[in-house]
Write a new protein. Structure first.
Length: 212
């Protein structure tokens, strides 16, 4: 008999005088503990295997499915966020992220290079986007007081007025379509997994910049 079950030797049956019920005393019950292990969800496990032709070279079936699910979910999520921002506030996702970063920066200003690093894009893309935002009166550019060659981007009053309600729209969508789809434990695991992917990519890109 399993150690998790009560054996007959652990049971003593006694009767109280005049009582009509039996009192059963049990000895200590062994506690069986088990380690948590990851169990794939029903969506991650398919009954029909993927044909080899539908997999990327070098990926097994589970690796292909997990990559495909990540790619599809991240693409759908970013597309939805951009659509909400454009429809409600006439801001693309990248425009919103630029304005939000400037609004949270000290004095509402940041160097162009810092913007590129924060948003993980090339300097040329930041320059083009800032020029468009400047044409709309949402930011302004100026020379750095400390470095005459450096360019500073600053958010304007109109820029703050545009981005403030957009932050609310963005936060509600992130909560509803990303955070609420996971438990707290799953959310932390997802964040840790993303950092594991992002960190070596950032280190590699920084190393390339330092290479002559």
């Amino acid at each position: 008999m399993s150690s998790a079950m009560l054996s007959s030797s652990n049971l003593q049956e006694t009767f109280s005088p005049g009582a009509s019920v039996a009192v059963v005393e049990a000895g200590p019950v062994p506690v069986v503990t088990r380690r948590d292990r990851w169990i794939p969800s029903a969506e991650a496990v398919e009954t029909s295997p993927l044909p080899p032709a539908d997999r990327l070279p070098g990926l097994d079936e589970m690796e292909q499915r997990c990559w495909q699910v990540f790619l599809e979910s991240s693409t759908r999520l970013l597309e939805m966020l951009e659509r909400r921002l454009v429809d409600a506030h006439r801001l693309t996702m990248f425009e919103f992220l630029l304005l939000d970063f400037l609004a949270r920066s000290n004095g509402g200003s940041a160097r162009m290079g810092d913007l590129a690093q924060e948003l993980a894009v090339g300097p040329s893309r930041v320059t083009q986007q800032i020029q468009r935002l400047e044409a709309d009166g949402l930011v302004r550019r100026s020379r750095s007081n400390n470095d005459g060659r450096g360019v500073i981007a600053s958010i304007t009053r109109d820029g703050r007025a545009r981005v403030k309600p957009a932050v609310r729209t963005y936060a509600v969508a992130v909560r509803r379509h990303y955070l609420d789809q996971m438990s707290r434990r799953q959310m932390i695991a997802m964040g840790d997994s993303c950092r594991r992917v992002s960190h070596p990519l950032k280190v590699s890109r920084d190393a390339e910049k330092c290479t002559p």
